[in-house]
Design a protein around this ligand. Structure first.
Ligand code: ADP
Ligand code: GLC
Length: 496
């Protein structure tokens, strides 16, 4: 079958700039698609914090982006996704993107985020025209890029981009990018798009909603989340839209970049290991204990956490459960995270109170994240909701069976441990309460001490499981073709 031209428009891409798992996905999936023979490219803003890894060159022609009352000028930088030939373009405009943050800074979200991401969305489309490269599909990610399908269905419908299909991936429905209705004019969209079946919600502009109404096809990052978001409990106000678009919505599980996340080769780790020989993992644990000020106790299981400290991740449950966990169980906790001040303080306090038992680093640190995965015996993820979750996949690959709340992608990826047979991959609990979390950590802990053969099999099974992008990349190709056919029915008839 013919190869496809696919453009990813994204607010984050690993390893250049990352806030969460969206960056991991956008850093990995394009490489898989390119390996399948597709022409894939990525566009992202050049924030002040973007790491300029590899070779970068500025394109000679400035990019004139039609937004607001006049043209906004950007410089386009071109590089490649590391280890591939996939072009990645970064749009430079200091007024909109020169700040270090992606979505905000110390004082919360930037108040011109609507304008910033309209510049990205419109800029990506303008870049296609400038490159004279018309994609078959534009793959959009979360609320920041919801503008792309709206623009293509309205003001750009008659342009050379008018037949381009869009696939809109929901990574996280909790963030919808609410903005002032003025944003519609800034995007140079007709005022009529400010309506309930397009960009309007609760009297404001909601670019996530606009994207959902206008995208050719919609995906989200796990099958269970695809079902949850169609319900009032899981729909964050958009469940009706998702039921309306239900026939065009599928859940495709995220994969991991198995080359980068490999404990046998990961350059961030002080020691390496592989299934069948975990001596290097024991040494990583010792290094982690030193690094986070934990007592050097090789026999005590370490429960690791790496997460954005926000309510979605349920880490307030862990903070509340810690006194019981620490006083009744022989365990240690190693946590890396940053986010809400209250949670940051709660974990800093816990590290002081339980010196040597709870080790905490508040901040964002990619190498420490990997050391925690490698040095932990279990990985804790009590999420209230979890579209997919990547850290539990990394944990399994690094030999740390996860303890997770049964929600979203955690249900699809962490098969429940069966105490009778020893089968499964980790430990799941249903109720989002400190008690249920503590009980389940207790269950994991008793497996470690009392059923070591079962524990070893859980570890081994997780490390050997294929969590790579292979199957899911093929799933995305199917969705791209489905979208192209839906957007261009005549072309399909002619071709068949
Ligand atoms: P989400 O995207 O909701 O944050 P995921 O599990 O999909 O959740 O992905 C989180 C990604 O961000 C993982 O790669 C994880 O290692 C990384 N990460 C989260 N918090 C930190 C942190 N404080 N330091 C380094 N990496 C982090
Ligand atoms: C989001 C979700 C997370 C998912 C990631 C990548 O940030 O919170 O569950 O794994 O996107 O799709």
């Amino acid at each position: 079958m013919a190869s496809l031209k696919i453009l990813f428009v994204t607010p984050e891409v690993d390893p250049f700039v990352k806030v969460g798992g969206l960056a991991d996905m956008v850093g990995a999936l394009p490489k898989e698609l390119a390996a399948l023979g597709h022409d894939v490219r990525v566009v992202c803003p050049l924030y002040g914090s973007v790491k300029r890894l590899g070779d970068w060159r500025a394109r000679a022609e400035p990019l004139g982006i039609d937004v607001g009352a006049e043209t906004v000028w950007a410089r386009t930088w071109e590089t490649r996704l590391p280890g591939s030939a996939v072009p990645a373009y970064f749009l430079e405009n200091d007024a909109f993107f020169g700040r270090p943050g992606v979505y905000g800074g110390a004082h919360g979200a930037y108040d011109d985020n609507d304008h910033r991401f309209i510049v990205l969305s419109r800029g990506a489309l303008t870049l296609c025209l400038q490159l004279d490269w018309i994609p078959d599909v534009i793959h959009c990610h979360d609320w920041t890029t919801g503008w792309v399908p709206v623009l293509l269905n309205t003001v750009l419908r008659g342009s050379p981009l008018g037949r381009v299909a869009t696939v809109y991936t929901i990574h996280n429905l909790e963030y919808q990018g609410y903005a002032h209705p003025r944003a519609v004019a800034f995007a140079r969209l007709p005022a009529s798009e400010f309506r309930a079946d397009s960009l309007e919600a609760l009297g404001a502009v909601n670019p996530m909603k606009g994207g959902l109404y206008h995208a050719t096809k919609i995906t989200t990052v796990s099958p269970t989340y695809a079902a949850e978001i169609r319900t009032p409990d899981g729909g964050f106000g958009l469940d009706a839209v998702l039921r309306f678009r239900g026939a065009d919505l599928v859940g495709i599980l995220n994969g991991i970049d198995a080359t980068s996340w490999n404990p046998a080769t990961d350059p961030s780790l002080p020691h390496h290991y592989a299934p069948g020989d975990l001596a290097g993992k024991a040494r990583c644990k010792a290094a982690l204990q030193v690094r986070l000020g934990l007592s050097p106790a090789p026999d005590q299981p370490v429960f690791g956490v790496v997460a954005r400290l926000v309510s979605q991740k349920g880490l307030d449950l862990l903070a509340a459960a810690l006194p019981r966990i620490i006083t009744t169980m022989r365990v240690q906790v190693a946590l890396l995270g940053s986010g809400e001040e209250g949670l940051e303080n709660a974990f800093r306090d816990a590290a002081h109170r339980y010196l040597g038992r709870v080790g905490v680093h508040i901040g964002f640190d990619g190498s420490l994240a990997r050391l925690i995965q490698a040095g932990s015996d279990f990985f804790v993820m009590p999420s209230r909701s979890e579209p997919c979750g990547l850290t539990q996949l990394y944990a399994m690959r690094y030999g740390a069976p996860p303890v997770v709340r049964a929600t979203g992608g955690l249900i699809d990826t962490v098969e429940q441990y069966d105490e009778q047979t020893g089968e499964g991959l980790g430990f799941r609990f249903d109720q989002a309460s400190p008690g249920a979390l503590a009980d389940t950590i207790g269950w994991a802990n008793s497996t470690y001490y009392d059923r070591p053969a079962h524990y070893a099999r859980l570890q081994d099974r997780g490390m050997r499981r294929d969590f790579g992008w292979g199957r899911s990349a093929a799933g995305y190709v199917d969705v791209y073709r489905w979208a192209v056919a839906a957007r261009n029915p005549t072309a399909v008839t002619l071709a068949s």
